[in-house]
Ligand binder design. Structure first.
Ligand code: SF4
Length: 543
């Protein structure tokens, strides 16, 4: 199937790009002349979208027009009150001031899955084709030129052989393919690896667990925003929490654990459960109802971890392009802006009949002239500062922020997450003791899978590929104690006894919530996350 422009992933960056492009074509009287297609791996747009989220409206104002709210884009609340806490096990001390990076005055609380649902209806009205439930398996690359994607094969048996209903994945040929797949996009990963597009620093990630709670009235005011640092994380691990009041009786809460902390016991889901036991949080949610939950990774590396953003036949946007400003804990406004810039470049190219790599390079020029550059450049060494620990990192990063982004050294380096994991010796293995959940405010991982609504057809090959499973019971068990059993939030990886002796890895792939933590953190880098053939996965719409 041919397309003029193909967008891979229906997130805020790509939908904004499609909107900007289609609107420019309409304004030029050329609507209907070109095929603009968005493909989405989830069954519905929004199903695989998860974010906190407090949004800086600047991106929406500039890309969608100042009337975007009046036109129906869902906003849960305006931010009316903000606190930043330092947690200890029993206390929560509010900072006497709000650090400038966390100032949310004028920002809004949104459910991003609902926002992209609104964006979808807007782009469809402009003639953009949005194809849901169409997972792209890999980009099609000839030399250094991207010419589209292959969709995933369907109808394969669990052992990978062709079943009765087998159909090879269709190829979609496109003059330009735009990758906006979010964090650790699987096609973007292949593209960046194959063409050597990585930035000067490796990407580093945090894994965030989010829950939406209905709570009794009178505990929090609509529009309240809390952030916290500290307990239960040790000082050596970067991360923290959020609580956003979408209404007087509905809160989005969550906890982010950085993946470069080096500890093979790292368990972001368990960290979230522990954090909910804090008196401030348990007092907020006790007697309430967990409505939905989910997990995703966040690219934290920022400017120096950006892959090359453009090339012959392709652009890379949003989280796939490392545009999250982790100092501000925000990436929606930069994703949206990147979409607007890309849409403009694509419209210029289509209208002039020139979509060469030289024209697409204008995307990078525009990005560097936009607020994305202003923000990410000032925060370019932010995340690296925290590799010395949270306390020292806060002082270092704060000083750099005031001084424009650096002190003496520019670019501060950082190690990738998997490379940072330390081996553990002897009795340290399995030192991890998850606290028993109470089933009221804390839950086990299988309940988390249920809350994410994640479902996959069991009659298909596992979409989690382990290149060498002999590592699991041998080297990995002795060197790291099989950390995938802990860092996966959905109990996908399980070491089981083998009749007659020994142990082997069992992959419960149907639980997967598509967070990509395993693809990132597996210390031997033998796990590859691929798209499932049934377009299964979580159902985050509304979360
Ligand atoms: Fe996340 Fe990987 Fe577990 Fe799926 S298998 S939930 S992508 S860690």
């Amino acid at each position: 199937m041919p397309a003029d422009v193909l967008f891979v992933g229906a997130g805020p960056a790509n939908l904004t790009a499609a909107y900007t492009l289609a609107k420019r074509l309409k304004d030029a009287g050329r609507e209907g002349e070109f095929t603009i297609m968005v493909i989405e791996k989830g069954k519905s747009v929004g199903d695989h979208i998860l974010s906190g989220a407090v949004m800086d409206p600047r991106g929406m104002d500039e890309a969608w027009g100042k009337d975007w709210r009046a036109r129906g884009c869902p906003v849960e609340a305006d931010v009316v009150e903000e606190k930043v806490f330092n947690f200890t096990a029993s206390d929560a001390k509010p900072l006497p001031f709000i650090p400038p990076t966390l100032d949310n005055h004028g920002n809004v609380i949104v459910a991003l899955s609902k926002v992209v649902g609104w964006m979808k209806t807007e782009v469809e009205q402009l003639g953009v084709m949005v194809a849901e439930g169409q997972p792209a398996a890999e980009p099609v690359i000839h030399g250094a030129v991207v010419t589209g994607v292959h969709l995933v094969d369907t109808g394969r048996n669990p052992d990978g052989t062709e079943g009765d209903g087998f159909a090879p994945g269709a190829a979609i040929d496109a003059k330009v393919t735009v990758f906006g797949e979010g964090s650790r996009g699987s096609c973007t990963k292949i593209l960046v690896d194959r063409l050597g597009l990585s930035g000067p620093n490796p990407q580093v990630y945090g894994t965030g667990v989010k829950e939406l709670w209905e709570i009794p009235k009178g505990r929090i005011k609509k529009g309240t925003v809390w952030h916290s640092a500290g307990w239960p994380l040790p000082d050596s691990i970067y991360g923290g929490s959020w609580c956003y009041a979408q209404s007087d009786t509905c809160v989005s809460i969550g906890f982010v654990t950085a993946l470069d902390g080096g500890d093979p016991e790292t368990d972001p889901y368990e960290m979230m459960q522990r954090w909910k036991r804090h008196p401030l949080i348990s007092g907020l949610i006790e007697g309430g109802t967990l409505v939905k939950g989910g997990t995703k990774t966040i690219p934290e590396g920022g400017w120096w971890s950006r892959p090359q953003s453009h090339g012959e036949g392709f652009l890379i946007l949003g989280d796939s392009g490392s545009l999250t400003n982790i100092a501000r804990l925000k990436g929606i406004h930069t994703a949206v802006k990147s979409g607007q810039l890309a849409g403009d470049v694509l419209a210029d190219g289509l209208l002039k009949g020139d979509l060469s790599g030289k024209v697409l390079a204008n995307y990078e020029k525009k990005l560097r002239a936009s607020f994305i550059y202003e923000e990410l450049w000032q925060a370019r060494n932010w995340r690296q500062a925290f590799t010395k620990g949270f306390t020292l990192g806060s002082i270092h990063a704060g000083a750099m922020w005031v001084l424009g982004g650096k002190i003496f050294t520019d670019r501060l380096p950082i190690h990738g997450d998997a490379a940072s994991m330390k081996k553990k010796a002897g009795d340290d293995h399995h030192a991890h003791h998850a606290q028993k959940p109470d089933g009221k405010t804390t839950f086990d991982k299988l309940t988390g899978v249920y809350q994410a609504g994640s479902v996959h057809d069991e009659h298909q090959p596992s979409h989690l590929k382990i290149a060498d499973t002999s590592l699991c019971a041998g080297k990995c068990a002795s060197e790291y104690g099989n950390p995938c059993e802990r860092f996966c939030p959905a109990s996908v990886y399980e070491m089981v006894d083998v009749p007659g002796g020994g142990r082997k890895m069992q992959i419960n792939f149907s639980n997967c919530v598509h967070c990509k933590t395993c693809d990132i953190l597996d210390p031997y880098q033998v796990i590859t996350w691929t798209v499932p053939q049934d377009a299964g996965g979580p159902k985050y719409l509304g979360l």
